[in-house]
Ligand binder design. Structure first.
Ligand code: PEP
Ligand code: MG
Length: 582
């Protein structure tokens, strides 16, 4: 039996026979072209671009249809790279000036671009190198025909083991045949990982070299929760994992039955579960999982992945789609939170040395009022269609909040003067994601209709740990006592003053924290749609008293690790099935 540790990127366990595939080996038949064939070869390159574009468009449509536009956007980005004029010019120059064959020119130019990405310090950007390599393969495939890597010959279910898989290869996997996959390369934020999650295929990436140790047909276990790969499992391990697969299936079926049941504790306290969305179409998913409303609509995604700014109509259409999907349920629209890791290229703003501490979010809105006002107009116009509330992100001072409210009132006045209908009673709230707000929360509560705790940033700013930096990931602890104190104080003060409070950071989406958060006094959680059943399961398995005891004990404890272990122990006591997932 051999065991390899990688990075768990897509949950679940798969057991099956290995199919091992190596690197695509495209052998390039000729490296140079004759001088008088240059123009003909350049047009062959352009034809290949069109063929590759069609293949990528097919992948985009397939993935968009199955997984929604967010995943499809990966391939839209591939298309943009494929059609990049600078890349075309570089390739044409090599064909024209050095008489390279289009195959060689494509390989040389795209590998150079991939290297630039690979050297970037931010691992998320560095992983974009794989996307560039994917485009190189698509172009070579268009120029030379299919390499030997086709998986269409598979006739029985298998586990795919590869040095690397590109997002398009994962998107094209036959889910009936491929039960799981493992790659030697790849990281947690790669698009390959994102597509795998969307498809629900258990996957482990970044194991390092191990393919030499495996032969096709070997039995392999992929544990997509723990990042473990076992080759040639012994009888006992196989039995244990078989049992796990059965219990995962049973638990998933149990969770599915909760969709239409309320999130209420065993002693009758209702917990309101709302959904977080980035794109309008996700509202339907939230409803499907039983969300009572939208607790966070991250509207900045309207600005990402496009080359121009969204117009007032673009904003309006997006909000209308969400509001109409949600009927009379509450939709919390957060004004754009751009900057830091959500950068809109079209602004062309100056690069900042510390973007998380720079001109992001509400600061950007207050500096570029035309953007803020355009969005505010669209939100206000859409307000007559349903039940919305508006939320300002990244507020750090009361002065900033007042300024944002002033602009909001000014836009309302404008609309009123022009006879454009809107609701005058839209509740206005803020995110609590900067420690200064949590510390001074009593002052803010006097000036808002509701607050929502954004733990993703609150943790980052309290502990001075970049939430996207893999090097400090072990220091990014939701259970750090300092973080818990800020959350506890915010909830306590909001409840004391009777101002509605919710939590919409990732902490709310993880069942590990549900008891703690209820125990701290929260009655409203806003979570990723897929996490709704799990969180609901916890709510329906505990009493309020149990949760309060857990929260009291956690607040007394000294360090994040012990609190995490304690919460895990308490959760597993009430829902044992969570033991393997956490
Ligand atoms: C947060 O910071 O917790 C939050 C919900 O906002 P975002 O993740 O969009 O920064
Ligand atoms: Mg935030």
């Amino acid at each position: 039996m051999m065991r390899f540790q990688g990075i768990a990127v897509s949950s679940g366990v798969a057991i099956g026979k290995a199919v091992v595939i190596g690197q695509d080996v495209f052998s390039i038949p000729s490296q140079y072209v004759a001088a008088d064939a240059v123009e003909q070869e350049i047009s062959r390159f352009h034809q290949a671009v069109e063929t590759a574009a069609k293949a990528i468009e097919r992948n985009r449509d397939l993935v968009t249809q199955e997984l929604g536009p967010k995943s499809g956007a990966i391939f839209q980005a591939h298309l943009e790279i494929l059609r990049d004029q600078k890349i075309h010019a570089d390739i044409e120059r090599l064909i024209r000036e050095k008489q390279y064959s289009p195959e060689r020119a494509c390989t040389e130019v795209l590998r150079r671009y991939a290297d630039v990405f690979r050297r970037l310090p931010n691992p998320e950007f560095a992983e974009r190198a794989y996307d560039v390599m994917d485009i190189e393969r698509q172009l070579l495939r268009a120029l030379l025909g299919e390499p030997r890597r086709s998986l269409s010959h598979l006739t029985s279910p298998a586990i795919l083991l590869a040095r690397n898989l590109t997002p398009s290869e994962v998107a094209n996997l036959d889910r009936k045949m491929i039960k799981g996959f493992v790659t030697e390369l790849g990281g947690p934020t790669s698009h390959t990982a994102i597509v795998a999650q969307g498809l629900g295929i258990p996957a482990v990436v970044g194991t390092g070299p191990f393919l030499a140790e495996v032969a096709g047909g070997d039995t392999v276990i992929v544990d997509g929760d723990r990042g473990i790969v076992i080759v040639h499992p012994d009888e006992e391990t196989l039995r244990e994992y078989d049992q796990e697969v059965r219990s995962i299936q049973a638990f998933t079926a149990e969770l599915e039955k909760l969709h239409d049941l309320p999130a209420v504790t065993l002693d009758g306290t209702p917990i309101n579960i709302y959904g977080n969305i980035e794109f309008p179409h996700e509202a339907v998913l939230c409803l499907k999982h039983g969300a009572e409303g939208i607790g966070l609509y991250r509207t900045e995604f309207l600005y990402l992945g496009r080359s121009d700014l969204p117009s007032e109509e673009d904003h309006y259409r997006a909000y209308r789609e969400v509001i109409e999907a949600m009927g009379d349920r509450i939709v919390t629209i957060r004004t754009f939170d751009l900057g830091a890791d959500k950068v809109a290229a079209q602004f062309g703003f100056e690069k900042e040395p510390n973007p998380c501490l720079g001109l992001r979010s509400i600061r950007l809105a207050l500096r570029h009022l035309e953007l803020f006002r355009t969005q505010a107009r669209a939100i206000l116009r859409a307000s007559v269609l349903g039940n919305i509330q508006v939320m300002f992100p990244m507020i750090a001072t009361v002065a900033e909040l007042r300024q944002a409210k002033l602009i909001w009132a000014d836009v309302m006045e404008d609309l009123a003067e022009n006879g454009i209908p809107f609701r005058h009673d839209i509740p206005i709230g803020i995110m609590v994601e900067v420690p200064s707000v949590a510390i001074m929360i009593d002052r803010f509560l006097d000036e808002v209709d509701f607050v929502s705790i954004g733990t993703n940033d609150l943790i980052q700013y309290t502990l001075a740990v970049d939430r996207t930096n893999r090097n400090v990931v072990s220091m990014y602890n939701p259970t750090d006592p300092a973080v818990l104190r800020l959350i506890a104080y915010t909830i306590q003060e909001a409840n004391r003053k009777g101002v509605p409070v919710s939590l919409c950071g990732q902490m709310a989406s993880h069942p590990l924290y549900t008891m703690l958060l209820i125990g701290l006094g929260l009655r409203k959680l806003s979570v990723t749609s897929s996490a709704i059943p799990e969180v609901k399961k916890v709510c329906r398995s505990v009493t309020l008293e149990q949760c309060e005891r857990v929260a009291r004990r956690a607040l007394e404890m000294e360090n994040a690790r012990n609190i995490h272990a304690f919460l895990r122990e308490q959760l597993v006591k009430v829902v044992p099935a969570f033991a393997r997932m956490i």
